[in-house]
Design a protein around this ligand. Structure first.
Ligand code: HEC
Length: 334
């Protein structure tokens, strides 16, 4: 990864002072000076930046000078006001909540093969997915995966919190002696019992949301399912050394120790009756069947750029310079 030194100038005195300081103390550093230009700054600001350019002998790069600051105001007026409304009237916290809520509510992708099957279409599922469904709903004692103990109902979640000791990658959430561990719910409640617990996620459209778990520890459905069935085996075989080579920059200090702490806590949770999770030895085919059942929870719409078009802004719209551009690639990494 190439290191770059960026200094953002605002046109005010603090950032200008920092620029002067850097020029004096670190003259050899290849600094890049940038100015986030709204396109409607005061003339004095532009004149001031020209002066800085000349005095310091630096180049200042204008970023996204074509951003359209009127864009959101126009949209808010259209939906929540009239052409003559002003920003204070329409861009209210309540309206922002409402707009985000409506946007999220519109994205319910539940027309999946499993629903069709439940409604009576026997052809909607492959044989493998049908076997997977049975494993999903069967308790451990009958040779099943007992998944429904937590992934319940039409949304496949009981909305409760459990520790399933998934590998603890990344910078964590302030937990543990050196703050690199992630206590999940425990960070919020400060209760020991909640340590390492995370909310059961919905499994609708899970095929399209790799990598899996709170820390993105598994690329494949088979991998994360195998982990559920035998966390100790999964952790013992997890390629901790691959994480850094594949994801440079991800913090992996103490990853293994932190994960083992979660596993130790899982054993306590099991002894204390805090979780229904138990070790279950299922065959490779059974795990594939479970994964195929989960794939039957995919609404085909989420795989189609055309179907998703209403939610995807045009590439060149980007009114704030913050737009994330959607890419379609559902192929899992090995
Ligand atoms: C004890 C409750 C529990 C049981 C039983 C359970 N899960 Fe989970 N599952 C969870 C929790 C909690 C997470 C999220 C954990 C995390 O991110 O740390 C999760 C995550 C997942 C994920 C990853 C979802 C994502 O978006 O990252 C999949 C897939 C999954 N479970 C499938 C299954 C299957 C299949 C079974 C049965 C073999 C199963 N689960 C049994 C609680 C459970």
């Amino acid at each position: 990864m190439k290191e770059r030194h960026l200094l953002a100038l605002s046109g005010g005195k603090d950032s200008a002072a920092l620029a002067v300081y850097m020029r004096e103390k670190y003259a050899d550093l290849p600094m890049e000076y940038v100015f986030i230009d709204s396109g409607c700054e005061l003339p004095e600001t532009y004149a001031y930046l020209d002066k800085l350019r000349a005095i310091l002998g630096i180049e200042i790069i204008n970023i996204r000078s074509r951003r359209n600051f009127e864009y959101w105001l126009k949209m808010f007026k259209q939906v929540y006001g009239t052409a003559s409304s002003n920003a204070e009237q329409v861009v209210t916290t309540q309206n922002v909540f409402d707009a985000i809520g409506e946007y999220e509510r519109s994205q319910t992708f539940t027309r999946n093969p499993w629903q069709a099957y439940v409604k009576g279409n026997n052809q909607a599922l492959s044989d493998s997915a049908k076997r997977g469904a049975i494993l999903f709903y069967k308790p451990y004692q009958q040779g099943g995966g007992n998944c429904v103990a937590c992934h319940k109902g039409d949304k496949f979640t009981d909305e409760k919190f459990y520790n399933i000791a998934l590998p603890q990658l990344g910078k964590g959430g302030r937990g543990g002696a050196d703050n690199t561990n992630d206590y999940g719910r425990g960070n919020e409640t400060k209760a020991y019992a909640d340590r390492f617990t995370f909310r059961t996620p919905s499994l609708l459209n899970v095929e399209g949301t790799a990598p899996y778990s709170h820390a993105g520890a598994f690329y494949t459905l088979e991998g994360v399912i195998q982990h559920h069935l035998d966390p100790a085996w999964s952790i013992a075989n997890y390629k901790f050394d691959r994480v850094n080579s594949e994801n440079p920059g991800i913090q992996t200090t103490n990853t293994q120790t932190n994960t083992l702490e979660a596993l130790g806590k899982l054993r306590e949770d099991q002894a204390n009756g805090l979780t229904p999770l138990r070790t279950a030895r299922l065959s490779k085919t059974a795990i594939e069947d479970l994964a195929n059942f989960l794939r039957s929870l995919t609404d085909p719409c989420i795989k189609s750029a055309d179907c998703l078009a209403p939610w995807i802004p045009p590439l060149n719209e980007d009114p704030n310079g913050l737009q994330l551009d959607a890419q379609f690639n559902l192929s899992a990494r090995p």
